[in-house]
Design a protein around this ligand. Structure first.
Ligand SMILES: CC(C)(COP(=O)(O)OP(=O)(O)OC[C@H]1O[C@@H](n2cnc3c(N)ncnc32)[C@H](O)[C@@H]1OP(=O)(O)O)[C@@H](O)C(=O)NCCC(=O)NCCS
Length: 174
């Protein structure tokens, strides 16, 4: 069964290895990254920063675990804002060799519980590249609704690219 849990600094070597092995697979869907990003030191910096932001309540950085308890991806809640908006964003990836088994779908289902049941937020937003049909399917299977197209929204794989915007609302809020 797929599970998620908060990332720790102990996960850094595994994440550096997983990122390195999936560098080409992830490249079309991510910002351009230097070689340092994939090293243990690079990943330690990424995770330290994420945990600092977590301490401030701004982000909830998780790893995704497979049936055997091995890390097979990452999923984050970020951009957490309170006040009248009560919203956050979600981002995720699953290692290529673990694709096609419902792992991302299960991880998004679990992070929704964190956002809605644990944090009491009202809304989760997700932005996918306009042609990222796999990710769109994952979101739609989790009740996310497409609400817009944002032209040249973010620079991924070195290009300013159009994104499709999705959201899902907390069912407890009517
Ligand atoms: C997108 C991603 C997270 C999906 O992970 P996954 O664990 O394989 O996803 P799941 O198995 O839960 O679901 C994938 C769905 O897409 C469908 N799918 C796969 N390829 C497809 C295609 N070419 N066209 C349409 N649907 C497709 C699968 O059939 C499945 O839907 P189903 O359960 O109805 O059959 C993974 O491919 C990934 O990490 N990609 C690179 C990074 C990325 O895109 N992150 C998301 C950024 S918004």
């Amino acid at each position: 069964m797929t599970a998620i849990r908060l990332v720790t600094l102990d996960d850094v070597p595994v994440l550096a290895d997983l990122f390195t092995r999936n560098r080409d697979f992830l490249a079309p869907w991510e910002p351009e990254r230097g070689t340092d990003y994939f090293s243990i030191d690079g990943q330690r910096g990424v995770i330290e920063e994420a945990l600092e932001r977590h301490e401030q309540g701004l982000t909830y950085p998780h790893v995704i675990l497979d049936d055997a308890g091995d890390i097979v991806g990452r999923i984050n809640l970020g951009n957490v804002v309170h006040g009248p908006f009560q919203s956050c964003g979600v981002g995720y990836w699953v290692a290529e060799r673990s694709n096609g088994r419902g792992v991302a779908t299960a991880a998004v289902r679990e992070i929704k519980q964190v956002a809605f049941d644990e944090l009491g937020l009202h809304r989760i937003e997700a932005c996918t590249l306009a042609h990222n049909v796999r990710s769109q399917r994952v979101l739609e299977k989790n009740g996310f609704v497409r609400f817009g197209l944002a032209p040249a929204y973010a620079k991924l794989a070195g290009q300013w690219q159009d994104h499709t915007l999705y959201q899902t609302l907390n069912p407890e809020h009517g």
